[in-house]
Design a protein around this ligand. Structure first.
Ligand code: NAD
Length: 371
């Protein structure tokens, strides 16, 4: 039995399913990691090159994120092996075949992820009657348009400020990645008096110590242009943004953007991780040693999944945003306090809290189990 259980530990995964529908060329995998707290919520990724172990790691990350956020949901993830840039009609066939193939996996609630969107979730919902991240006409809350994750991130930052003796009024903020997460967190922080001194996108960055005008930046992005075309300010390379002096540095782009290679250039008191795994563990250890506070990804960027879970339970937008605010503030405080009390990094403190919550949920089950 060896290989099949290579991924298994005391929390999961509860189910690993290979899905194959040769008539339409569907090849997919589903990992339901742990459902002790309730049915797993996790994205459907469409990509040609994701391994089973990567899918399992992403599913575990969802278990911990959902537990940390206090949701009555476990974690899962699925991958459809295909190029997401295929024509819409072909995409629809694959997504519908995938949905049909998981119709009996009723402890998994699919959501959008890289290569899928709310339209895809509408097709899944049409096939099997369950999905999150739906379009508004099906009761969905447009979380990227409203900035649910940025809203949560701004509140995580608000709760972290006393731990690093900062206030938002006049705080200098750098945002790497000016997409759904980055542009909204910038907007919420500026509304509280912060100053955005640098932003970047995939083409490079722009900085101005006196502050950048978010409306001008948004105009550029909605015209399909880059933030580097902002009039005034100093142009930066994509990597230069790491070294811009600031109080709060927010990664909201890609994984591993700060590593042992460039971490010594980072000059901030607080880092709030909007992106998933934006820093290597070595870089995080270095920052912890230097006394830079890092709110880890699965605590700081949970706004999106909280919104998705609230949508699933029929909540309104305003109820979802109120829940995000409350949960992110409470969780950030708990994690940072435990990190201080026990002298461990915020990530280690957060992981311990999340695993303890999953274990407690497991204790309530007849078999004490993950599945
Ligand atoms: P997005 O595609 O809307 O925006 C990403 C932005 O990053 C774009 O502006 C892009 O140009 C920029 N970018 C790409 N490569 C870059 C680079 N090397 N340097 C600087 N900028 C770069 O994506 P998003 O939804 O905002 O997600 C951003 C990150 O946050 C991802 O890691 C995602 O997994 C994570 N995340 C998103 C949500 C959500 O609700 N959207 C929730 C949790 C986590």
């Amino acid at each position: 039995m060896g290989d099949v259980f290579e991924l298994a530990d005391e929390l999961g995964p509860a189910r690993v399913v290979h899905l194959h529908e040769p008539t339409v060329g569907l090849k997919a995998i589903l990992v339901v990691d742990n459902v002790a707290a309730g049915p797993a919520i996790g994205g459907v990724r469409m990509a040609p090159d994701v391994s089973l172990s990567e899918c399992a790691r992403l599913a575990r990350a969802m278990t911990l994120k959902n537990a940390m956020a206090g949701l009555s949901h476990g974690g899962g993830k699925s991958v459809i092996f295909a190029d997401p840039k295929r024509p819409e009609a072909e995409k629809q066939i694959l997504i519908r075949a995938f949905a049909h193939a998981i119709r009996t996996e009723d402890r998994y609630i699919p959501g959008p992820d890289m290569g899928t969107n709310e339209r895809c979730m509408a097709w899944v919902h049409d096939e099997i009657g369950r999905a999150v991240g739906l379009p508004p006409e099906l009761g969905g809350i447009p979380l990227d348009q409203l900035g649910a994750t940025g809203w949560g991130l701004a509140h995580a930052i608000g709760a972290a400020l006393p731990f690093c003796k900062l206030t938002l009024k006049g705080a200098r903020v750098v945002v790497q990645g000016f997409g759904s997460v980055g542009r909204h967190v910038a907007r919420f922080l500026v509304a509280e008096g912060a100053v955005i001194v640098a932003v970047s996108d995939s083409r490079g960055g722009i900085s101005h110590p006196g502050g950048l005008d978010l409306d001008r930046l948004a105009e550029l992005k909605s015209a399909g242009r880059s933030v580097t075309e902002y009039p005034g300010g100093t142009a930066l390379s994509a990597d230069d943004i790491v070294g811009v002096p600031c109080d709060i540095w927010i990664p909201a782009a890609r994984p591993d953007v700060v590593s042992e290679r460039n971490v010594d250039r980072l000059q901030a008191r607080l880092v709030a991780q909007g992106a998933n795994i934006p820093f290597t563990s070595g870089a995080e250890r270095d920052l912890h040693r230097r006394g830079v506070l890092v709110i880890p990804d699965f605590v700081a960027n949970a706004g999106g999944v909280i919104c998705a879970a609230m949508e699933y339970h029929g909540a309104t937008r305003s109820a979802a945003f109120a829940a995000i605010e409350e949960m992110l503030r409470e969780n950030t405080r708990e994690v940072l306090q435990q990190s201080l009390d026990e002298g461990v990094s915020p990530r280690d403190a957060a992981a311990a809290i999340a695993v303890q919550r999953v274990r407690r949920a497991m204790d309530n089950r007849r078999w004490g189990g993950a599945g």
